[in-house]
Write a protein that binds this ligand. Structure first.
Ligand SMILES: NC(=O)C1=CN([C@@H]2O[C@H](COP(=O)(O)OP(=O)(O)OC[C@H]3O[C@@H](n4cnc5c(N)ncnc54)[C@H](OP(=O)(O)O)[C@@H]3O)[C@@H](O)[C@H]2O)[C@@H](O)CC1
Ligand SMILES: [K+]
Length: 500
């Protein structure tokens, strides 16, 4: 939604009798909960406060975080008496124990303060207009500097200050957020690739009773936790492995055994009832000892040997290699005969592109290209934005597209562009895509549509990568695809229990 739509929806809510104060209290408290979920160990938190209600959100969040053990500091853009009335009230409720700035907080402490340093960007929200001016520009620069020099993490209230909430344009000196907690609904500018480096991980805080029904469905939306809850309902007590479904995986080749192992384990960890891995007979002896005991492995000498096995979904491609022309031809013939929902990844896409067989990208398919693979499938897209490439793809092919990137896009024809909320730059490493394809395969096998399976897989893998850092002892540098596998369980639980 646009900033203007948000302001009108908020005005309607207030007209209906909901007080602005209760809205701000709700927004600030929920934002504080999101901060605490991303940083389970309390540390120091500094609120950077502008004159509008965006600063009020940050002041409320500070009050809750202090209750939960955080040391809090405040930096206001100018005199506190210039704040809007409600924000003045929230500043008073936060109280003052003499601590005004991060520097004073640190001076007072005897020894280094433990825990993370978190900065709340409450400078500007949906009331922003144009480039950052005056003291706000200075405070934004200070936040970005602390992020670089002190390892601080920045959490933007509603939107990062200095980003146009409607277009995603980035103004000079804009806040670089690691997390953006957006209130009510994701502002459309946050979902544009131009804003990606400033927005970071997006979390949504809903406002109860906010009526968004009069607003036309957007052509871009957030792949949020809230929107995925219906896809992770508890299982019936009578659930059996037939309900969970069978995934058939065609993956791996000499030198790329790990891709098959990761895809198969991903399918298992996402709830598949049966995972059957088809590999070339030449690698069978090597791979069999690398796989979890739960995977059934079938050595094959030709693709025809895959057909007789009953299945609910296929995952084809991880680590199969590009192959020569004749292998590409046989491979494409094989795909033509598969009728169940399928995930095509990695070299499956490169083989299709090399053979010029893009018509294999049917409505049955979820394809998961990274930009390089996409370029091979759609070569005529130099200079296009990611959104334009995704739209062009959907105009040409009826498949579900999961277009990997720092903000992964999930879309298909007549559907909005759905921008994934979760994940971080630590996922830029080999094997992550293999896990993802297995996870989506499992979601398809239990009956989710291609679009829903791709949304769920993308969210869950991204969240698992976050958990590997926040609770698993990893850093962005060290997180591996196997760490993502280890945290998938908690990621699914997070969805069920209302996690961010
Ligand atoms: N929507 C909802 O339901 C809810 C919304 N809530 C929250 O309120 C936020 C919106 O609050 P808001 O309307 O007070 O606007 P906000 O952006 O804080 O400040 C605008 C002021 O900043 C200034 N200014 C503008 N541009 C500037 C620039 N480039 N550079 C420098 N200064 C600039 C200008 O002030 P002036 O300079 O004119 O004095 C302007 O008046 C919203 O994002 C959300 O966080 C929740 O609390 C509850 C539910
Ligand atoms: K902000």
């Amino acid at each position: 939604m646009t900033c203007e739509q948000m302001r009108s929806a908020e005005a309607l809510l207030i007209k209906s009798g909901v007080s602005e104060e209760s809205l701000m209290e709700h927004a600030g408290r929920e934002i504080a909960k999101v901060v605490a979920s991303f940083f389970p160990r309390p540390g120091k938190v500094v609120g950077f406060i502008g004159t509008g209600h965006n600063g009020g959100d940050a002041l409320v969040a500070l009050r809750y975080l202090r209750q939960w053990g955080w040391k809090v500091a405040v930096e206001c853009a100018g005199q506190e008496k210039r704040l809007k009335k409600l924000s003045v009230q929230m500043r008073k409720m936060l109280g003052g124990d003499g601590v005004r700035t991060l520097e004073q907080l640190e001076e007072r402490a005897s020894g280094a303060l433990p825990g993370p340093l978190v900065l709340l960007d409450g400078l500007l929200g949906v009331g922003a207009s144009g480039p950052l001016r005056g003291p706000l520009l200075e405070l934004s620069k200070k936040m970005n500097q602390l992020r670089l020099t002190r390892g601080a993490y920045t959490v933007a209230m509603d939107l990062p200050s200095g980003i146009d909430g409607n277009t995603g344009s980035v103004y000079h000196g804009a806040v670089i957020a690691d997390y953006t907690v957006t209130v009510g609904a994701a502002k459309v500018g946050l979902l544009q690739s131009s804003a990606c480096n400033h927005v970071g991980r997006i979390a949504l805080v809903e406002l109860p009773e906010l009526d968004l029904s009069g607003i036309a469905s957007p052509d871009v939306c957030l792949n949020s936790a809230q929107s995925l809850v219906p896809n992770v309902l508890r299982r019936d007590h009578e659930y059996h492995k037939g309900n969970a479904g069978t995934v058939s995986i065609v993956a791996g080749s000499r030198g790329m055994l790990g891709a098959a192992v990761l895809a198969a384990t991903g399918a298992l960890r996402a709830g598949a009832g049966i995972v059957r891995l088809f590999v070339s007979a030449s690698i069978y002896n090597q791979i069999v000892g690398m796989l979890p005991a739960e995977v059934m492995v079938v050595p094959c000498t030709s693709y025809e040997e895959v057909y007789p096995y009953p299945t609910d979904s296929y995952v084809v491609g991880p680590g199969i290699g590009v192959g020569n022309q004749s292998e590409q031809g046989q491979f494409c013939e094989f795909l033509k005969n598969l009728t169940k929902p399928m995930v095509l990844d990695a070299d499956a896409l490169n083989r299709i592109a090399a053979a010029g067989e893009q018509e294999l990208l049917t409505a049955n398919v979820v394809l998961t290209p990274h930009p390089g693979e996409m370029k091979r499938l759609l070569p005529e897209t130099t200079g296009y934005t990611r959104e334009q490439i995704a739209k062009l793809f959907c105009a040409l092919y009826p498949s579900t597209l999961l277009y990997k990137g720092s903000k992964t896009i999930i879309t298909r024809r007549h559907f909005p562009i759905c921008v994934n909320a979760t994940g971080h730059a630590g996922m830029a490493s080999g094997g992550q895509g293999d896990v993802l394809s297995g996870v989506i395969g499992a979601c398809l096998a239990r009956g989710l549509s291609q679009f829903e399976a791709a949304r769920l897989g993308s969210w869950a893998c991204g969240r698992a990568a976050e958990l590997a850092v926040s609770i698993g002892g990893c850093s962005e540098e060290s997180v591996l695809a196997t760490d993502v596998l280890q945290h998938l369980g908690r990621a699914f639980e997070d969805l069920r229990t209302g996690g961010a």
